[in-house]
Design a binder for this molecule. Structure first.
Ligand SMILES: Nc1ncnc2c1ncn2[C@@H]1O[C@H](COP(=O)(O)OP(=O)(O)OP(=O)(O)O)[C@@H](O)[C@H]1O
Length: 252
């Protein structure tokens, strides 16, 4: 269980987040959506223990977060900076497993399995720069999965891949979420994606960043790109989230 209480953050004199309270239950997939600059990445960095919030606290499974917790993995948007170019794809995926104390053979086996799960079974011996952008982002996701975190944070993880790859990666996240029961907090600026992936959508407002609204997603847990997006409930939620993100009142 993740508990964010009274969270606020300022960069110098500039207040970016204010008074945020949020609970994420074990096994839940919560999406965070909001206008550009509302502090989504700052929020995720506070949750990941990468920056210390100037107000409030973040508690994961009863322990306040100060520094990156062991049970957590993060996938960033910018895959080109998150993979090490001098390591093979397999070694990139295996690297964080050292932190778990896994031996060399075990690291290799887990990396191979994770690469298979993202459809990159044949790419282990290549270098990141030999792969397309979408494939590199798959490697970043495989690295997070190989680590088997109980809690996965994703910061606009599909922002820089083409539309088809994006859909495939969205479905991969849903599949992993279901299979592993992982708790996931995913930031996106894409309203459709927030509804398609979420068990719950948290909409942020800006200046300063704060929670505007939380909407439960009452769609069947098994989703598909064509059918789910055509459901009246999806269309209704997308419109509501869209209005909230833009700060427009709901029509009576
Ligand atoms: N390290 C930093 N130092 C100073 N200001 C920062 C820093 N990081 C972010 N900011 C500012 O904080 C505000 C929120 O930034 P943040 O990246 O958290 O928002 P975001 O919602 O993720 O934005 P986007 O959707 O455009 O990625 C912005 O005004 C940004 O310029």
């Amino acid at each position: 269980m993740l508990e964010i209480s009274g969270l606020g953050h300022s960069y110098g004199a500039s207040r970016v987040l204010q008074g945020m309270d949020l609970r994420v239950a074990e096994g839940e997939l919560v999406t965070i959506v909001g206008p550009s600059g509302c502090g989504k990445s700052t929020l995720l960095r506070c949750v990941a223990g990468l920056i210390a919030p100037t107000e409030g606290e973040v508690v994961l499974n009863g322990t306040p977060i100060h520094g990156v917790p062991d049970e957590l993995a993060v996938v960033f948007q910018d895959y080109s900076r998150s993979l090490l170019p001098w390591l093979t794809v397999r070694d990139n995926v295996a690297l964080p497993l050292r932190r778990r104390g896994a031996g060399r053979a075990e690291r290799r086996a887990q990396a191979t399995k994770a690469l298979e799960s993202v459809g990159l079974a044949d790419a282990g011996g290549k270098y990141p720069w030999e792969l397309s952008g979408g494939m590199q982002q798959r490697v970043s996701i495989a690295r997070a999965l190989a680590y088997r975190p109980s809690f996965l944070l994703m910061d606009e993880p599909f922002g820089s891949v083409d539309a088809q790859t994006r859909e495939d990666l969205e479905d991969l996240v849903l599949q992993v979420h279901r299979a592993e029961g992982m708790t996931i907090l995913l930031v996106t600026h894409d309203i459709d994606e927030s509804v398609y992936l979420g068990d719950r959508v948290v909409v942020l407002a800006r200046n300063p960043g704060r929670i505007r609204s939380e909407l439960p997603v009452t769609l069947p847990p098994v989703r598909d790109q064509i059918g789910t997006r055509a459901e009246p409930e999806f269309v209704r939620l997308r419109a509501e989230v869209g209005r909230l993100v833009r700060g427009v009142a709901t029509p009576a």
